[in-house]
Ligand binder design. Structure first.
Ligand SMILES: [Fe+2]
Length: 303
């Protein structure tokens, strides 16, 4: 199976304009003006990467994976159907909205809308311009990674591994802030260590965090200063044990958590063996910053 990429992601926010402003002003993402509902955000020349929509859930609404060719799209559709997942052709309106040539739409076992997209448009004549010169690592590695809660890990592994061809990179037993140990499964669909991680949790929300990768530690440092000034840092800078990512975590308005990193590990399928990590997921850093507890309490209260 050829590589896929995390192409785009839609999420809802009760604080739409503040969420969009945060991405633009703090994280340096390009905010597109007008012509659509909500806010569209760019990390590169692709027509857009994140869509923020007005909504109560403060959660991911859909995830789009880029498929390299129509034959792969056809095969993926057939495999998903053979596993019992209903696959629908995306309408012309949807195809236009997502800025692609063709789409298949399917729902993962936890009810998340997953779109398989072929032919993503880059906006010729409108090169990506970050308001603060932030340079994101995308291309063959996709937009970054997304970490999702699941109430049905076995079903999700069937969907993403058997259906979409994701490979397990590793597992980690991570003690959560609440004291429970969470068994996280890290999955890749291209050389990026993981484009998706699944965390068994009975939460109302699917979205745990989105990661965007920057071109250098100085890009990350500049964004760290801005996130600190905005009072948005929830975990300080640190290095993850498994994917080697140097990163920090910030909480955008709408309670959308973003990991901002660089130097993520790339995997060569021919020489990779799966490991299981336990304990703290960082070799150093990622310390909880005051304010994180408040978010956790809020989530516990609303779950
Ligand atoms: Fe992450």
């Amino acid at each position: 199976m050829r590589d896929l990429q995390l192409g785009y992601l839609g999420f809802s926010s009760t604080e739409l304009s503040q969420t969009a402003a945060f991405f633009s002003e703090v994280l340096g993402v390009e905010l597109l003006e007008g012509g659509h509902e909500g806010a569209r955000l760019r990390l590169d020349d692709r027509v857009w990467r994140f869509s923020v929509e007005d909504g109560q859930a403060n959660d991911v609404s859909y995830v789009g994976f880029d498929v390299p060719d129509l034959e792969t799209l056809r095969q993926l559709g057939e495999r998903l159907e053979s596993l019992g997942f209903a696959v629908a052709e995306g309408s012309e309106t949807l195809v236009e909205d997502r800025g692609v040539t063709r789409l298949l739409v399917v729902t993962d076992p936890d009810g998340l809308r997953v779109e398989l997209a072929y032919g993503a448009r880059s906006s010729a004549g409108r090169p990506y311009v970050s308001p603060i010169g932030a340079r994101f690592v995308t291309g063959r590695l996709g937009a970054g990674h997304v970490v999702l809660s699941t109430r049905d890990l076995a079903g999700c592994l069937r969907f993403y591994r058997e259906g979409l061809g994701f490979r397990v990179t590793d597992f980690a037993d991570i003690p959560a802030d609440t004291g429970e140990v969470r068994q996280v499964t890290f999955l890749r669909c291209n050389p990026r260590h993981h484009s998706l991680a699944l965390v068994p949790a009975d939460l109302p929300r699917r979205l745990r965090h989105i990661m965007v990768e920057l071109a250098s530690v100085d890009d990350v440092g500049r964004l760290y200063d801005r996130a600190l000034a905005a009072g948005a840092v929830v975990r300080g800078i640190g290095r993850h044990t498994n994917d080697g990512m140097l990163s920090f975590y910030a909480n955008a308005p709408g309670d959308i958590e973003i990991e901002v990193g660089c130097e993520g590990r790339l995997i060569d399928d021919s020489e990779w063996t799966i490991s299981r990590y336990a304990g703290r997921p960082s070799s150093w850093g990622h310390q909880v910053v005051r304010g994180r507890e408040i978010q956790i309490e809020k989530r516990k209260a609303s779950s």
